[in-house]
Design a protein around this ligand. Structure first.
Ligand code: FMN
Length: 352
């Protein structure tokens, strides 16, 4: 049967309007990215992984990751850590912050995370992984989901042993990125493994890895029986990929449209992170938006060396003058982040 990307589905009672999920990506999935993802057709968006230790210590930057906007729902906030009690405590705060789902990271392959016993290493410690899921599920009424890799080493099938146990421990859905931690992002995502996992569990499975087009999304959904596909790198600087996947609308955006979306993103991110932090954070996004054959390499370089956001805005508008009117329309349609962002349950400055 042909997969319908526009069909709604649900995780533990949370309705998700499309079968497309925007991937959690550290250093990428800020509020502006998630809100844009929802506008372009993602049925569910996810925060980047948030440190439970950071939440425990009321780290100001960590708490900033918990800011939820009213127009992001449904939204998952993803936690990482290794201590079940700390993760259960963090889940309470995430619940109060306004998330719809709590996702747990058992997939991060980065040494900084794995050396603390968090991320993908938990796939080799299934007892602890289950205790974490159980501790979170006992601390929140929200559905708890898990995102994992296939295992630590190449060729590993650990996810097929651990997945059903995590469901028993309380996971209401599983996302599988079927690469090993060792593989990082090399090779291909082996979705034959996703199909095996779907057969083993009675909760929805989300297929993550190498989905960049509607054709690929349909093939993965049909070939695996997964409830949804997740898109990460394909959406970087390219929300139009989400529209193509969900609606089959493959018209390339006009350059004015690209600049208008980029500038909205710059403005929203500057509000969220502050101009100074945003200025460094945004550099990779200039590469992503202006690349893909849309603008010349020298123009991209010219923007990349600038730090002043007003100057960047001036040059981008000069390169595509029609973008100013489009940006105005976008800003009129999209509520301002400060109008829709929920207050944090505790002060971001160490209170509570
Ligand atoms: C820059 C970057 C950051 C990522 N950060 C996270 C993260 O915080 N949590 C997580 O579960 N996965 C993270 N991932 C993995 C993605 O969610 C996704 O599973 C992976 O990129 C494969 O999907 P793709 O081929 O669509 O990019 C990250 C990936 C990238 C490229």
């Amino acid at each position: 049967m042909r997969a319908n990307l526009r069909e709604s589905w649900s995780i533990g009672g949370v309705e998700i309007p499309t079968r497309l999920v925007l991937a959690p990506m550290a250093g990428v999935s800020v509020q502006a990215f998630r809100r844009q993802g929802r506008r372009f057709g993602a049925g569910l968006v996810c925060s980047e992984m948030v440190s439970c230790a950071g939440i425990e210590h009321r780290n100001e930057r960590t708490l900033g990751y918990l800011r939820v906007a009213a127009d992001e729902h449904p939204l998952a906030i993803q936690l990482f850590g290794s201590d079940p009690a700390t993760m259960g405590e963090a889940a309470r705060l995430v619940t109060d912050a306004g998330a719809d789902l709590i996702d747990v990271n058992f997939g991060c392959p980065v040494r900084k995370v794995t050396k603390t016993g968090a991320g993908a290493t938990l796939l080799d410690d299934p007892d602890r992984a289950c205790r974490i899921v159980d501790a979170i599920a006992s601390s929140t009424p929200l559905p708890v989901t898990v995102k994992m890799r296939r295992g630590l080493r190449n060729g590993s099938r650990t996810c097929l042993d651990v997945g059903p146990r995590l469901v028993e421990a309380g996971a209401a859905a599983l996302t599988l990125h079927p690469r090993s931690a060792e593989q990082m992002y090399t090779g291909v995502a082996d979705h034959a493994l996703t199909a095996e996992l779907v057969d083993l569990v009675d909760v929805p499975v989300i297929a993550s890895g190498d989905v960049t087009s509607r054709v690929r999304a349909e093939a993965v959904l049909e070939g695996t029986g997964a409830a949804a596909v997740m898109v990460g790198r394909g959406a970087q600087g390219n929300p139009w990929a989400l529209r193509e996947i969900v609606d089959g609308d493959d018209t390339e955006p006009a350059l004015e449209e690209v600049i208008a979306e980029l500038l909205l993103f710059v403005r929203e991110t500057a509000r969220e992170l502050g101009e100074r932090r945003a200025s460094g954070f945004l550099k990779k996004f200039y590469g992503w938006y202006l690349g893909r054959g849309r603008f010349s390499r020298p123009f991209k370089q010219e923007i990349l060396v600038l730090n002043d956001l007003a100057e960047i805005e001036r040059r981008l508008l000069a390169a595509a003058p029609g973008a100013a009117a489009l940006l105005e329309e976008l800003e009129a349609d999209v509520p301002r982040a400060e109008e829709v962002t929920l207050a944090l349950p505790i002060s971001a400055f160490g209170g509570g």
